[in-house]
Design a binder for this molecule. Structure first.
Ligand code: NDP
Ligand code: 8X3
Length: 250
């Protein structure tokens, strides 16, 4: 039986690589994002019979619901929701951070993720499906400038565990995936387009690739149904922990 994955943020990075991986694995994919031309290119690459594209801003609840209502028959039967669309904006400490950036992160990473999950729960329960929420190591390990981004990802991780408890007995699996440093458009977005900053961050670090994450998502989704990965933290070997900071005064 062909299964269907609904993947948000499929125009770039993890989501686009995941769309490719799931189609290669024989799945149908609903690919979403705001950049229509990228969605069209993905559908052309992978085939319209395998990929249905839905172009909307996840923060626009009416557009999200219209896209769900417009899903054609085979794509309506969602077996897997990959809540991947998300972003960090800014690296400044809280006093200097932009409040508008904070609101965008909360609306995208938290509010939209919860809204879409709520909308798809009846289908996922009926189909004994699965949810994979893309969180981050930032959910657990704070760092200067991570403030609201880390807070949104802590929500994603805790929400995932809560969903798992609420869905007890339904057969629906729920996973939170918490990656560390991965080279995608993430840093370009975070720095409002600073390619040099993005290149400098990843240089020599052998970061996680989008394909690594796609492979991991596919592995989680295709485990036997009696197994649930609750949370999975994944880092580049070259990234680890740096301890606490101490402010001293005489
Ligand atoms: P990218 O910037 O490459 O991809 C982000 C995706 O999210 C894009 O497809 C973008 O689509 C989509 N998106 C963002 N905002 C919206 C919106 N308002 N409406 C619809 N779609 C939106 O980054 P990644 O692939 O790295 O990020 C994917 C997820 O992984 C994010 O949740 C991120 O927080 C998380 N993550 C990333 C890590 C990293 O180091 N890269 C590490 C840990 C977690 P479009 O712009 O077309 O709308
Ligand atoms: C992205 C990883 O360390 O930049 O979620 O916050 S980090």
């Amino acid at each position: 039986m062909t299964r269907t994955a609904f993947i948000t943020g499929a125009t770039s990075g993890f989501g686009r690589a995941a769309a490719r991986r799931f189609v290669a694995g024989g799945w149908r994919v609903v690919a979403t994002g705001r950049r229509a031309e990228r969605l069209q290119a993905l559908a052309a690459e992978l085939g319209p019979e395998r990929v249905h594209t839905a172009c909307f801003d996840v923060r626009d609840e009416a557009a999200m619901r219209a896209a769900l209502d417009a899903l054609p028959a085979p794509f309506r039967d969602v077996d897997l929701l990959v809540n991947n669309a998300g972003l960090a904006l800014g690296t400044k400490p809280a006093p200097q951070a932009s409040l508008a950036d904070w609101h965008t992160m909360i609306d995208t990473n938290v509010r939209a993720l919860a809204t879409l999950t709520h909308a798809l729960l009846p289908t996922l329960i009926a189909r004994r499906g699965a949810i994979i929420n893309v969180s981050s190591t930032a959910a657990r390990y704070p760092y200067p400038g991570g403030n609201v981004y880390g807070g949104t990802k802590a929500f994603v991780s805790q929400f995932s565990l809560g969903l798992r408890a609420d869905l007890h007995g339904t057969g629906v699996r729920v996973t939170t995936l918490e990656p560390g440093m991965a080279e995608t458009e993430f840093t370009l977005v975070r720095t409002h387009g600073d390619q040099a900053a993005s290149d400098a961050l990843y240089r020599g670090a052998q970061p996680i690739t989008a394909e690594d994450i796609a492979q991991t998502l596919f592995w989680i989704a295709t485990l036997p149904p009696h197994l649930n990965v609750n949370r999975l933290e994944l880092m580049p070997t070259r990234q680890s922990f740096a301890g606490f900071q101490v402010h001293r005064e005489d």
